[in-house]
Every structure is written in structure tokens, then in C-alpha cells.
Design a protein around this ligand. Structure first.
Ligand code: IPD
Ligand code: CA
Ligand code: CA
Length: 265
């Protein structure tokens, strides 16, 4: 089956899971806290379980889920170099549990660490972002980006997630911002897609996990965007270490943004 057909089959599964396993808990779920301080609700676990049951309909492969133990994640990663699913059952759990309608299910299929196709779906807005390698990126069937992005940093709308950004850089972003305006939406997976769509022009997050970026990075790349890590290298996929990710909607903006960040950290 071509990758694009698989992406569309995945989209249909993800929509079902969001409707049946997540939305019944919206505005009812109680937030608990994991050992690392991040939040969890029964909907995160229900979504992960439903995806484990349904993903083999698209492709049979090991699954790395955020709500598994680090040992299970590593085992699946090692077993799945020739094909592995990576899922964030709810990205934006704090938004979800506070009733803020900005969260998503994020699912990607990777081969040798490279995303082949992926879906990020927000059930409250019914927005489905998806991409297949070499075949483009879409939002509900409309090709991304939706608008011409900014060409200069000074005119950009920036997504800034201050979590884990080094102190000097964080202070410089506050006192001498190089962009026009700044946002943070509380869902990394959606923020990748917002850059892909042209809603944001540039973005930085001080430490994302594989499930935060696995689908979004392909959606951005297929929309013509560029991404990497704060140190300047490529974003190499791995299940455990968190990465300081930097991105922009086009190559010229990316180099202007990365240069500014590196000069101010
Ligand atoms: C979180 C969200 C949030 C980001 C955190 C992530 P989760 O994911 O994407 O916006 O700041 O770093 O961990 O825990 O809601 O899946
Ligand atoms: Ca999550
Ligand atoms: Ca996440």
C-alpha cells in the first residue's frame, strides 16, 4: 500500500480512537501526576490501549507509547528499527484536563529512525494534520502550508515553549525578542503542525521527547519547513533523551532564527 494510503488509513483509526476513548472523558477527567511531574488522566491510558488494539489494522509493528515504562519503550525501539509506531496518546494532557480545547493524538510510523507517515488529530476542532514521506502534508485534505509564511524574523509569529530552555536564552527571549509576537499553545505536536500550516513562523522548545515530535516533524518537512536542534545539528530520533528543537516554516527563516538563538544563549 502506498505511504499516502497508509496515512489516510491511520487517520481514520486515530479519529475513531479520539471519539471513543478520549472525548467521553473530556471535562470529566481528573489529572494525576507521573514520577517525572508530568500529567496523566485515564483518557491517556484509554487512548494508548485503543491504539495498541487498532494500529495493526494499518501495519503490524512494535509500538512505543508515552505511557509505557522506559524499559518497554527501549525494547520496542530496539525491536523496531525496520518499522515501529510511536504514539503520544494525548499530547497536551494539561490542556485536556483543564478543558482547554488544544490537545491531540499523535501517531507516527518510523523506519530506521525516519518518520514515513504520521497523523496529528485535534478532536475538539476536528483538525487532522497528516503527511506521507515524499507525498506532501495536509490539514483535512488541504495541502500545507495554508498561507505564505513570513520571510524575516522581525515579522514572525514565534511559538516559544520556555520549558527547559537554558536560562540566558530564556532571559534574552523575554528582554530582546527578535520576532513580532509570541505564543505557546501547550501541545508540542500541534505546535509542529501550526508551523507547517503557517500559523506560526518559527518555534523553539527546550526539550521534547520522541512522541512529541515523531509525527509533527514529517508534517513540517513535507510542508517545506526546516527543523533541527538548538546545538545546530539534525534532530536524530531516539526514545529516551529529550531534544531542544528549533524550527521554521522555510530555510531562510530557519537560518536567521537559529543564528539568533545561538548568539543569545
Ligand atoms: C507535553 C506538551 C507540552 C510540552 C511538554 C510535553 P504531554 O506533552 O506537548 O506542550 O510543553 O514538554 O511533554 O505530556 O501533554 O503529552
Ligand atoms: Ca502525552
Ligand atoms: Ca507530548
Amino acid at each position: 500500500m502506498p505511504l499516502l494510503a497508509r496515512a489516510r488509513a491511520l487517520e481514520s483509526v486515530v479519529r475513531d480512537v479520539a471519539r471513543d476513548a478520549i472525548m467521553p472523558h473530556f471535562l470529566r477527567a481528573v489529572r494525576e501526576y507521573k514520577a517525572d511531574g508530568s500529567s496523566l488522566t485515564q483518557a491517556d491510558e484509554a487512548s494508548q490501549q485503543a491504539l495498541l488494539e487498532r494500529l495493526p489494522e494499518v501495519l503490524a509493528a512494535p509500538v512505543i507509547g508515552e505511557e509505557m515504562t522506559p524499559e518497554e519503550q527501549l525494547e520496542c525501539w530496539n525491536a523496531g528499527q525496520e518499522g515501529v509506531w510511536c504514539i503520544d496518546p494525548i499530547d497536551g494532557t494539561t490542556n485536556f484536563s483543564n478543558g482547554i480545547p488544544l490537545f491531540a493524538v499523535s501517531v507516527a510510523y518510523l523506519v530506521n529512525g525516519e518518520t514515513q507517515f504520521g497523523v496529528v488529530y485535534n478532536p475538539t476542532t476536528d483538525e487532522s494534520f497528516y503527511a506521507a514521506r515524499g507525498a506532501g502534508a495536509w490539514l483535512n485534505g488541504k495541502r500545507l502550508p495554508l498561507r505564505p509564511p513570513a520571510q524575516r524574523l522581525a515579522f514572525s509569529v514565534a511559538g516559544i515553549d520556555f520549558k527547559r530552555i537554558p536560562n540566558t536564552l530564556a532571559a534574552n527571549l523575554v528582554v530582546k525578542p527578535p520576532y513580532y509576537s509570541q505564543r505557546n499553545f501547550g501541545s508540542s505536536a500541534l505546535e509542529w503542525c501550526f508551523v507547517a500550516a503557517g500559523r506560526l513562523d518559527v518555534y523553539i522548545h527546550g526539550g521534547q521527547a520522541l512522541w512529541d515530535y515523531a509525527a509533527g516533524r514529517l508534517i513540517l518537512e513535507e510542508a517545506g519547513g526546516v527543523y533541527g536542534v538548538l546545538d545546530g545539528g539534525p534532530l536524530e530520533a531516539a526514545p529516551l533523551p529529550k531534544r531542544a528543537v528549533v524550527m521554521a516554516s522555510n530555510p531562510a527563516l530557519y537560518s536567521e532564527w537559529l543564528n539568533w538563538l545561538q548568539a543569545h544563549r
